[in-house]
Each structure stands twice: as structure tokens, then as C-alpha cells.
Design a protein. Structure first.
Lengths: 103, 338
């Protein structure tokens, strides 16, 4: 898959996962990998980008005697999910068109 | 390789990044290793190996950079009582090229501004439960705003602070930005800073000292505290204000009006330049020397119950000079006695 495209898709995955509850880096990378194969380091720029755009907020909480960074989705992030779905509905129409034309 | 060595290798590989970004990445991967070990039960070695090659990791971290703003976004917001507030000395590094305006608002917090390295602006401040800051960089405007303390923490808690508040700002020479820094009840100090835009410094009930600075225009204010200005240069106006304290101004060059105001405190000066010079105080002397000859100026002066060397000055020179005090002497001399 094209790298840019993949990044956008992973971002949407992360946002959707966060609507189910706040999560942390490792848990997110495992959950995303269950949907689309990624390496753990791929997730880092995705999370930073989501945070920079205000789609996600991070906070630190103590866990098992050390600090762990959690992520939470913001209202802007929820809008991002809707945008993704609208975009892909468009792409899906093009997919159907292209598939049909092949003999 | 163990976790500590791995993270140090990563830190070294990222040494070209600003400290905040570097530490953020190191923390992320450090946490990842720990979580793998606790959630998966794998060994430290297995956890590290499964991360991929160091090159891959470094590439990801650099990838994260190009995609966002060249400053660290605000992290660790203060939430309810069951979450940890972010503590300690925060350091934020920003590429100077990205900044057109700097706004700092402190409360009861000394501010120090200095000149530093060539391309980066560095902000350092102390954050804890009682002293919280909001940092943002949006469309070239860098803001650091100290939040008001809650009523609970105001009473008595301040005295318990073991660490003193501070904000320090370091900027490169000839910063193409305007700078507006304000605090209260605390000393402010700036040395060796040159900015292209307007400079505004303000505090209260404290001294303020500005040395070797240049800007498009300057407005420096305090109250009930000594104002010391030396080696200032602006293409526009320079205004220096305090009250109930001494104002000292030496080697000041304004491209427009130069104004020195205080009350109940001496004005002591030398080598002042401007298209107009105003020096007002009360109940204290105005004492110093101005460049050029007496006929360079046209004078308005007034005092009561004191001698006045400008009393009989009747020249109509190009630079208006307005000197006022009360109950004290005016002693203004001119360096060029031709």
C-alpha cells in the first residue's frame, strides 16, 4: 500500500480504537496490527501527528510503579473518523466503477 | 543489548533533535519495551529485538518531525485528582525561523531573557501543582501563559515552595520577531538581545534591568522598583517607566521619542538620544549629561524648591527636551560645551 495512504488509514484506525476507550502506545500498536499489519515504530509518527493536529490528547498516569502515557480522542478526532468514512465512501464508488469495466 | 544501552543508543542517534522531541521519542520506546515485557511476558532482549532495527526507529522518529509543527505541542494537561500533573523544569525548543511573535505572561515569576545559540529559541520554566503554564505555537505566535493559581493554593502554600519560580527565554541574535513579556511582583532582566520587532517588557513591584538590547521600539515598565537601562537602541520610540524608584538610563538611542518617567525617585542618565527627550519625576533630582551642545535642544523644564541648570536655556534646537520634577534640583549638562 502507498505509504501516505497507509498512514492515513492507520490514523483512522487509531482514532476508532480510541473511541472504545483511552489506550497507550503498546496496546494501540497491538490492536492496529490486528486490523492492518504495521511495525511498532510506524505508530510513533502517527500518534505524534494526531496529537499535533488536536485529534488526540495525551496524559500520563502511574501504572505498576512507573509512568505510562495514555491517549484519548478529542471531538476533533471524532470528526476525523467521519471525514475518513465520507472520503472512503467516495473511493468505494470509484472502486465499483473500475471493477465493473473489466471483462 | 539491555534496555538502558538501547535507549542511550537511540538518544545518541537522535542528538540532532531538540531535547524535548528527543526525550519524547526515547520515553515512547522505553515505555513500549516495558509494556511488551509486562503484557507479553517476554524478556528484555526479545522486547528490544521485536522493535525493529535502530535505523527503522530513527527513520520513524524523523518522519514524525516533518509532519508536524516545529515545536513540541502541549502535553500532559492537568486533569482531575487521580492523574499526575507534569512536574519539574520544562524546556521547550523551537526553531527561530518559525516564530514571528513571542508572548510570555508570568505571575509572581521572575523572567530572564538572554541571547543564545544561532537558530533556536529555548524557553525554560518551572511547572508544578501550583504553577501551571499553557504553551502554544500557532501561526508563528509562540505563547507561554502562566495560569492563575486556584484560591486554595494561594494561602500559605507559596511560602512552602522549595523551588523558586522562573521563566527563562533564550533567543538568537537578530530574531525576526516581536517580543512581549510580562510578569508581576518579580524581577525582570534582559541582556544582549536584539529583535527586529517591537519589545515590550512589563513587571510590577520589582526592579527591571535591560542592557545591550535593540528592537524596533521599546516599552519597558515597572512600578515601585528600580529601572536600569543601558545600551539600548531602537529605530522607533523608547519608553522607560517606573514609579517610587530610581530610573537609570545610559547610552540610549531612540529613532523617535525617548521618554523616561518615574516618581519619587531620581533620574540618573547619560548619552541619551531621540527626536524628543522627556524626563519626568517628582521629589527627586534629575541628574546627568546629554550629548551634543545646549543649542541642539529646545527646552521646557520645571521644578520647585530646587536649582535648575536648564532654567535659562533659551535655545530653539531641533530636539525638544522636557524635564520636570518637584522639590528637587535639575542638573542637566551637555557634553559638547562649544
Amino acid at each position: 500500500m502507498d505509504a501516505q495512504l497507509k498512514r492515513g488509514v492507520i490514523e483512522a484506525c487509531v482514532l476508532k480504537l480510541l473511541t472504545k476507550g483511552d489506550s497507550y502506545g503498546y496496546e494501540l500498536s497491538r490492536d492496529v496490527a490486528g486490523i492492518i499489519p504495521i511495525s511498532e515504530s510506524t505508530l510513533y509518527p502517527v500518534l505524534k501527528r494526531l496529537e499535533a493536529s488536536g485529534s488526540v490528547e495525551s496524559y500520563t498516569r502511574e501504572h505498576g510503579g512507573r509512568l505510562r502515557k495514555y491517549y484519548r480522542i478529542t471531538p476533533k478526532g471524532r470528526l476525523g473518523i467521519e471525514d475518513f468514512l465520507l472520503e472512503w465512501a467516495e473511493i468505494s464508488k470509484v472502486y465499483d466503477f473500475i471493477k465493473e469495466e473489466l471483462p | 543489548m539491555n534496555r538502558t544501552d538501547f535507549l542511550q543508543t537511540l538518544r545518541d542517534a537522535l542528538n540532532m533533535l531538540p531535547m524535548d522531541e528527543r526525550e519524547d521519542a526515547v520515553n515512547y520506546f522505553g515505555e513500549l519495551i516495558e509494556d511488551k515485557m509486562s503484557d507479553n511476558g517476554c524478556t528484555e532482549r526479545e522486547a528490544i529485538d521485536s522493535l525493529g532495527s535502530m535505523d527503522e526507529i530513527v527513520a520513524s522518529v524523523m518522519d514524525a518531525r516533518t509532519e508536524h509543527d516545529p515545536a513540541v505541542p502541549h502535553t500532559d494537561p492537568v486533569e482531575g485528582t487521580n492523574e499526575q500533573a507534569s512536574h519539574g523544569i520544562k524546556t521547550v525548543t523551537v526553531k527561530a525561523a518559525a516564530v514571528r511573535q513571542i508572548m510570555i505572561r508570568g505571575r509572581n515569576c521572575p523572567i530572564e531573557i538572554n541571547r543564545g545559540g544561532s537558530e533556536e529559541i529555548v524557553l525554560r520554566y518551572l511547572q508544578d501543582e501550583y504553577r501551571q503554564f499553557d504553551f502554544s505555537l500557532e501561526q508563528g505566535e509562540l505563547r507561554l501563559i502562566q495560569q492563575p493559581q486556584t484560591l486554595f493554593s494561594l494561602f500559605g502554600i507559596r511560602q512552602l515552595f522549595s523551588d523558586k519560580s522562573f521563566i527563562t527565554l533564550t533567543v538568537p541574535a537578530d530574531l525576526a520577531a516581536a517580543l512581549d513579556a510580562q510578569t508581576s511582583n518579580s524581577h525582570m532582566q534582559m541582556d544582549g538581545v536584539s529583535v527586529w520587532g517591537a519589545l515590550r517588557l512589563s513587571t510590577s513591584n520589582s526592579s527591571i534591568s535591560v542592557t545591550s538590547a535593540s528592537a524596533k521600539a521599546m516599552d519597558i515598565t515597572t512600578s515601585n522598583g528600580r529601572l536600569t537601562a543601558e545600551g539600548l537602541q531602537a529605530s522607533g520610540p523608547i519608553t522607560l517607566r517606573t514609579s517610587n524608584a530610581r530610573l537609570e538610563a545610559h547610552q540610549i538611542e531612540a529613532g523617535e521619542a525617548l521618554t523616561l518617567r518615574t516618581s519619587n525617585g531620581k533620574i540618573v542618565f547619560s548619552e541619551l538620544n531621540g527626536t524628543g527627550i522627556t524626563m519626568h519625576t517628582s521629589n527627586a533630582t534629575v541628574d546627568g549629561s546629554l550629548p551634543h551642545a545646549a543649542n541642539h535642544y529646545s527646552v521646557t523644564s520645571a521644578t520647585s524648591n530646587g536649582s535648575n541648570t536648564l532654567k535659562h536655556h533659551a535655545h530653539q534646537g531641533p530636539v525638544p527636551l522636557d524635564v520636570r520634577t518637584s522639590n528637587s534640583a535639575i542638573r542637566v549638562s551637555f557634553t559638547d560645551n562649544a
